[in-house]
Design a protein. Structure first.
Length: 226
């Protein structure tokens, strides 16, 4: 008979998804962050859950409700996200790094509200850890999926990230394109795989994009079993 059930391709697999932005504190009232809303990452976590996976969702600060039936680990900074992901890495079969991790953080975080002064000022920054890069270095048999949010030269930058981070797939989107990027319910992405294959997806809902990405990941998992 006819059924609408999603295929359960991820039974017995542990999938770690990171989502949302990170926040890098300047002082108790200010931070550095970005426009990520977490929608794409949450959609991926839900789809992985539907397909039977044990899902760990490592989430930066977002407005979205925590999806039922998954382990949600709330983090704020890139450093906290790094620690949370590393904790689950050895037991993970798949890691999907959807999060928009801040690349820089203030060198000093003040424990009091910084008062303004006459004239200009600047904040000294230092680099955060590149979580995906670290995961790529330590990769054993995990399928590692990164994202690339670009505003130009999407293909070139995505391919560079694929190699530099030792990922199995990079999901690239041009965040300037209409219907793609931050906060929208739709996205337009291109999947770049380590094998060299490139898959251009048309404009579709983020839940539909999530289905396609999880579909590709199940292929990658099967390839590894062979
Ligand atoms: N990423 C990460 N840790 C960081 C920065 C990025 O894990 N400190 C991950 C993101 O989660 C994403 C991928 O790396 O999966 C690409 O992120 P992106 O910001 O597009 O690329 P960067 O390598 O940070 O380079 P740039 O921002 O200069 O384009
Ligand atoms: Ca970045």
């Amino acid at each position: 008979f006819f059924t609408n059930q999603a295929p359960k391709n991820l039974i017995g697999k542990t999938v770690v998804v990171t989502a949302g932005p990170t926040r890098e504190k300047i002082d108790p009232v200010r931070f550095i962050s970005n426009h990520s809303t977490g929608k794409m990452g949450y959609a991926l976590a839900e789809e992985a859950k539907k397909q039977g996976a044990h899902v760990v969702l490592v989430s930066g600060p977002v407005e979205l409700p925590a999806p039922a039936g998954l382990d949600v680990v709330k983090v704020e900074s890139a450093e906290e996200m790094y620690n949370a992901v590393l904790k689950y890495y050895d037991s993970a079969d798949v890691v999907i790094k959807t999060a928009a991790v801040a690349d820089y953080r203030p060198k000093i975080t003040y424990d009091h509200k910084v008062k303004k002064q006459a004239g200009d000022s600047s904040i000294e920054l230092e680099r955060t850890k590149d979580i995906l890069l670290e995961l790529g270095k330590r990769k054993r048999n995990q399928v590692l999926v990164g994202f690339a949010a670009e505003t130009e030269n999407v293909e070139e930058y995505a391919k560079k990230k694929l190699t530099a981070k030792n990922a199995d797939m990079i999901v690239a989107n041009n965040v300037k394109a209409e219907g793609a990027g931050f906060g929208t319910d739709t996205n337009i992405v291109t999947l770049f795989k380590r094998s060299g294959s490139v898959l251009d997806l048309p404009l579709m809902s983020k839940s539909e994009v999530a289905k396609r990405i999880i579909g590709e990941i199940t292929f990658l998992l099967k390839d590894m079993d062979e």
